[in-house]
Design a binder for this molecule. Sequence first.
Ligand code: ADP
Ligand code: MG
Length: 380
Amino acid sequence: GYQRVLEENRKLYNQVQDLKGSIRVYCRVRPFLPGQPNSVSTVHRLDEGSITINTPAKYAKDGRKSFTFNKVFGPSATQEEIFSDTQPLIRSALDGYNVCIFAYGQTGSGKTHTMTGPRELTQESVGVNYRALSDLFLISEQRKDTISYEISVQMLEIYNEQVRDLLATDGLNKRYPFGKNSQNGLNVPEASLVPVSSTSEVIGLMNIGQKNRAVGATAMNDRSSRSHSCLTVHVQGRELASGTTLRGCMHLVDLAGSERVDKSEVVGDRLKEAQHINKSLSALGDVISSLSQKNSHVPYRNSKLTQLLQDSLGGQAKTLMFVHISPEPDAVGETLSTLKFAERVSTVELGAARINKDNSDVKELKEQIANLKAALARKE
Ligand code: ADP
Ligand code: MG
């Protein structure tokens, strides 16, 4: 009755309040790797929410620069710790939100480690992507008496401003246009969308995607550091009692390496790649800063990356960026520019996130409230 409606309203209100605020930015420091020559970390100190870098005098007179973020994870943080702070965001995809999680940083700083894991995967070492999907399966199983969920995935790569479907079965060189699929809201409607219901299926798909990604790599170039890869998880839920449907979408993005390539040193394909990467990462920064300034025009169309993620960036979505830094002193220039980019991103104030629920539900609730108010008024 009335009580339930109030309860429901309060829940929705709290959910929305909960999501208000900035885009979240977490910083993760990679440990020194085995076999590396001994050196002193550029990280002077860190705590839960801030990090101070030792810099050469040319970057800061006193030799220190500090940055604050929503969370800072030191070199000994485990994959499990990283995931536990990401989990609430991931679960909200099941409640009908759009979620976007990025890994940003220079090549070798640990982006793929965070999202996928190291080359040899174990239960402890798997990254956010796998943990996110197992968690979605777990929760959807727990809710199965009230909501029936369908979960499906896309795996895309953006290389030189071209989108490739990593799960394509009919060749990899097809061009994929952008356009909205009105059924599921996905932006690359022609790319494969594969239903999944277990983690073993997901692992199978990830392996296919990984292999397809390698197909495009030339022998001497590690392509993965110069393309963006995006695992998109599409969630559709149907409330059994009301028949209401909701859909959520989660993009898990392993970005191309953010290092600045010295234009005087590269030519040909490498130069072209570098220009495309610079362009798309600055487009990402521009979109986010334009959102923060509440500009009426947000330049999503300046890159394929921002076009792909359009609905999952901005006030109606929940966004998390993991910024990765390497501890080596010779990386300090890149480390500082990474942290500056991240700081620019983290000042964003977004509006409340929105649930993708068909309106009939809200309308119905409103009607119920109106009826109940009328009933109460009659009693008084
Ligand atoms: P990126 O994807 O940013 O280029 P990788 O994730 O491939 O970087 O990391 C580079 C190397 O460092 C890999 O061998 C990876 O396993 C290792 N590595 C990265 N982050 C960690 C970490 N937090 N703990 C242990 N090893 C890590
Ligand atoms: Mg990588």
